[in-house]
Ligand binder design. Structure first.
Ligand code: MG
Length: 388
């Protein structure tokens, strides 16, 4: 049977209080979205998946893919709509003609397990629908319009989650009708129920863990329990040339020559950016800011550092600390160290006690020692979570 998944990641996550869509943030080193895709891949029952994204999130997804992918299961990306219902509909419309069963899943539930997915799939194959559900542990009250409170029998209540899995033709038809009739629903099970009478609820091991991540606290608690650390190192060297300014850690330093390069050739910031990109497993600055691109000609490397830091934050990390070593025979750099350190701390968005900048000579050995050029090395530690 042809089985597909529609993974809905188009939420704006307004309730989460995060700067961007929560599905791109890591939990203990792997993003919410990647965790969902892993679970559907591991189920081994799907021919593919359509990922529904907000238009503005496409670049974030491409970056996530280069960091945590490839996500072979994702055959197509569809764009989200005004409401969740519209987003699911767009996902369904992107499925192939011969699809028979579709599992619809909210990407904000990264702890979905193979047993949960398979239970809904088995039910949908037999009965046309399968929706994962759990018993309700709280006592639930219904408040009437007149304010009268009625206690509901907990034994007969179920909380439903996703995946919600259906016969493809039926759920697609239900969506079409709901759109033309303007039926407002909060999940697909409601829609199915409205047009076909009832849905099959299923339970499975792991359903209790299949929680939806909603608030910033959800992330902080999870990451606090298991923070993820990433370390990266960077190295760079530039030639000294006549008629150039010498810029190190964003500080212009008087000297008879300066470093040659496409940008301002701030070798220390280049090494630092490579350390940050290294920690993110995103290659190097040459890939992100190619020499061939006129946009970067003469640009301040501190500007480029801003762009790299945006990538650090987008991946859900902050800088723990950074250490930069500049290797130069001349000029003497000690007097400029406090300003360099201040610049780097500001660029990384950390207090100054998280940054170290130091300089060494090579006792006249090698290209730095002979004054042909200056090199720099850097290490940076990234910590997951708290930059959200
Ligand atoms: Mg360089």
């Amino acid at each position: 049977m042809s089985c597909w998944a529609v993974i809905v990641a188009a939420g704006r996550g307004a309730r989460s209080g995060l700067a961007q869509n929560k599905v791109f943030f890591p939990i203990a080193g792997r993003s919410v979205l990647a965790r969902c895709l892993d679970a559907f891949r591991d189920s081994d029952r799907f021919d593919g998946a359509v990922l529904v994204l907000s238009a503005g999130d496409e670049a974030l997804y491409r970056e996530l893919e280069s960091r945590e992918g490839p996500f072979e299961l994702v055959r197509q990306v569809a764009m989200g709509g005004e409401t969740r219902r519209d987003s699911v509909y767009n996902g369904l419309m992107a499925l192939p003609e011969d699809c028979e069963i579709v599992a619809i899943h909210d990407a904000a539930r990264p702890f979905v397990s193979k047993s949960v997915i398979d239970a809904t799939l088995e039910s949908a194959k037999r009965y046309g629908s399968g929706v994962i559900s759990t018993p309700v542990v709280d006592t639930v009250k219904q408040v009437g319009e007149d304010g009268r409170v009625v206690s509901l029998d907990r034994e007969r209540l179920r909380a439903v989650q996703t995946p919600q899995t259906f016969a493809f033709r039926q759920i697609l038809e239900a969506h079409r009708r709901a759109r033309s009739e303007g039926l407002a629903v909060t999940d697909d099970a409601m829609l199915f129920e409205h047009y076909y009478g009832d849905v099959r609820l299923v339970t499975a091991d792991g359903a209790e863990e299949n929680k939806k991540l909603t608030t910033r606290t959800d992330f902080e608690r999870l990451n606090g329990a298991a923070p993820d650390f990433r370390v990266g190192q960077g190295y760079d060297a530039h030639r000294l040339a006549e008629g150039r300014k010498l810029v190190l850690c964003g500080v212009e330093i008087p000297h008879d020559r300066g470093l040659d390069g496409h940008s301002d050739a701030d070798v220390a910031v280049h090494a630092l950016m490579d350390a940050l990109l290294g920690a993110l497993c995103l290659g190097d600055i040459g890939r992100h800011f190619p020499d061939s691109d006129p946009a970067y000609k003469g640009i301040s490397s501190m500007k480029l550092l801003e762009i790299v830091m945006a990538k650090v934050r987008a991946a859900g990390y902050r800088v723990g600390n950074a250490d930069v070593t500049i290797v130069a025979q001349r000029p003497k750099l000690a007097a400029y160290m406090p300003e360099m350190k201040r610049n780097i701390a500001a660029g990384l968005g950390v207090p100054e006690d998280r940054v170290n900048v130091k300089a060494t000579t090579t006792e006249r050995m090698g290209f730095e020692g002979e004054g042909q050029g200056i090199s720099a090395q850097a290490v940076a530690l990234l910590v997951s979570g708290s930059s959200m």
